[in-house]
Design a protein around this ligand. Structure first.
Ligand SMILES: [Zn+2]
Length: 342
């Protein structure tokens, strides 16, 4: 009989079971249990309506339909609750914990030699110089001959050369770039040539078979030794500090005449004497000189009309001085613990 008394336990049982449901699957099972077309508890009751008398049927049918509606509403509400729970669970899982410590990324940096070269280039470019480059595997003519070092010249022996063939060498200095530039370009010439050079040297704290030089060349009418001194002094003041002083000592290089060693006042003790400058107050920094007319003659320049000056210096040594690096090998080992200090 579909009376209130008969249906109340069914409703109570449904409510009790509904309260236990927390997943989509359990909810589907519960819906089937009460509403499925074949064996749902409410459906079964509805099917029994046919057995009732004509007087009983409308009242029982009304009650059953109300019950069915209540069950459907309760199931729909539960479905909504489950959806909300799932959503918040997903948000919780996807939540970013902003209090977690971040990853420490290593930032890349420029190698100290590259930094020094870029600084030197910047200074010379601001003084009106152009940057030139040349091959590292060089023809004998450019590395020696055109620089006034014919075959058999004693100066060749001083540069422990790495020969590729009888006529090809790994360039021992950046000076061949001077020759290559002057071959292509008539004066005025105002260039710098930074790059790698090679010598047959064993590796130790102060020697490497590969190192870096920067070379400079100025050729024009009326260029004098005073221009050489002024240019180099201006550069060294800009690179080290305004109170840097220089001095020139006579020296010999086959491609300049006169030639000079350039000393800079010690950048550590400001010239008063320390262990780095061996108490002299001076540090040898580069070789320089007026371009030997013989070089102009080889190149077909009018050496009565033009004069010029050139200089060259080791970049690695300057980096060692500037950053107080005691072992040259550190610059080439690429140990990240060393490089990350710059
Ligand atoms: Zn000193």
């Amino acid at each position: 009989m579909a009376t209130v008394e008969h249906l109340s336990p069914l409703w109570d049982a449904f409510r009790k079971e509904l309260a236990e449901v927390s997943t989509d699957e359990a909810l589907t099972d519960l819906r089937d249990k009460y509403l499925s077309r074949s064996r749902g508890a409410v459906t079964v009751e509805l099917k029994k309506l046919g057995q009732l008398s004509a007087e009983e049927r409308p009242q029982a049918g009304k009650l059953l339909n109300e019950l069915k509606l209540l069950v459907e509403q309760a199931l729909a509400e539960k479905a909504g609750e489950i959806r909300e729970k799932q959503k918040s669970a997903r948000y919780q899982a996807e939540r970013v914990d902003v209090t977690l410590p971040g990853y420490a990324y290593h930032t890349a940096g420029r190698h100290p030699i590259r930094r020094a070269l870029e600084e030197m280039e910047r200074i010379f470019v601001s003084m009106g110089f152009s940057i030139m480059s040349g091959p590292e595997v060089e023809v004998d003519y450019y590395n020696f001959e055109a620089l006034n070092m014919p075959k058999g010249h004693p100066a060749r022996d001083a540069q422990d050369t790495l020969y590729v063939t009888d006529n090809l060498v790994l360039r021992t200095h950046t000076s061949p770039v001077q020759i290559r530039t002057m071959e292509k370009q008539k004066p005025p010439v105002r260039i710098i040539a930074p790059g790698r050079v090679f010598r047959r040297d064993s590796v130790d704290a102060t020697h490497s078979p590969m190192f870096h030089q920067i070379e400079g060349l100025v050729v024009d009418e009326g260029i004098t030794l005073a221009d050489l001194k002024g240019t180099i002094e201006m550069f060294l003041k800009a690179f080290f500090s305004e109170d840097t002083r220089i001095r020139l000592r006579p020296s010999y290089f086959p491609f300049v005449e006169p030639g000079a060693e350039v000393d800079v006042s010690c950048i550590f003790c400001r010239g008063t004497g320390c262990s780095i400058c061996k108490q002299s107050g001076w540090i040898e920094i580069m070789g320089a000189g007026m371009v030997n007319p013989r070089v102009f003659q080889i190149l077909g320049y009018d050496y009565e009309k033009y004069t010029g000056f050139a200089w060259g210096m080791g970049v690695d040594r300057i980096v060692m001085l500037k950053y107080q690096v005691e072992d040259l090998r550190l610059l080439f080992d690429n140990d990240i613990r060393f490089l990350s200090q710059f």
